[in-house]
Design a protein. Structure first.
Length: 224
């Protein structure tokens, strides 16, 4: 028998956990996960600059933020956003500043001939590893789409008849698992491609494009 978080699949099915509302949630969560955005842009940046390991650490940070936002929402922080909707605007501004900073820094490094390591030598030094995790955490903590998803949208898929905490944990675990799997596969693909690039000019062009995308995402947050 299959188990999910200590609960059998048969029990989940019979208890209505896998109802039509859950299926709708899965579709919406999948759309959020695979849509190009801040998380994918930052993972791309780390994969190009530091390789697969740093990119995977960034993915870990992204999902630490996802899990933290889920727990915060489950224990009532979503009510704060209902009470003061302007907080979401503050998150947007913070995210805009952070993404624009990352993008401009990447562009500045390339404009000033910042030396990139050669192919196959993109393993980060131990002192750089924590910054990759922190970058992932900050990216999603300051991503209004993710904050909105956990604080306002996810609770809509829990009815009054549902066991609240069990249902909430199941929905959050579903999204975090999807995010972890998708972004990890993406990080491995981009990191492998970067490490096998023989021509520095190609990698430099990709980094410039990634920096420009980060700036664009930051500006777009302000203009929303």
């Amino acid at each position: 028998m299959l188990w999910f978080g200590g609960m059998s699949a048969d029990w989940l099915q019979s208890s209505g956990m896998f109802d039509s509302s859950f299926k709708t949630f899965v579709i919406m969560a999948a759309a959020l996960v695979i849509s190009p955005g801040a998380s994918m842009a930052v993972v791309t940046e780390m994969a190009l600059q530091r390789g697969r390991f740093a990119a995977l650490l960034t993915v870990v940070g992204v999902n630490i933020a996802n899990s933290s936002l889920a727990l915060a929402s489950m224990f009532g922080l979503s009510a704060v956003f209902h009470q003061w909707p302007s907080l979401l605007r503050a998150v947007s501004i913070g995210g805009a500043i952070y993404l624009t900073y990352l993008g401009l820094r990447t562009l500045w490094q390339q404009a000033h001939g910042y030396a990139q390591p050669g192919p196959g030598r993109l393993n980060p030094a131990p002192t750089m590893e924590p910054s990759a995790v922190v970058r992932g955490v900050l990216t999603n903590f300051l991503n209004p789409s993710v904050v909105l998803f956990y604080m306002l949208l996810l609770p809509q898929f829990i009815s009054a008849a549902d066991p609240f905490f069990r249902r909430f944990l199941m929905l959050a675990a579903t999204h975090v698992s999807m995010s972890l799997l998708w972004l990890s596969a993406y990080a491995m693909a981009v990191g492998t491609l970067s490490e096998r690039m023989a021509r520095p000019r190609v990698r430099r062009t990709m980094e410039i494009l990634t920096g420009a995308v980060l700036v664009f995402l930051g500006v777009r947050l302000v203009l929303k």
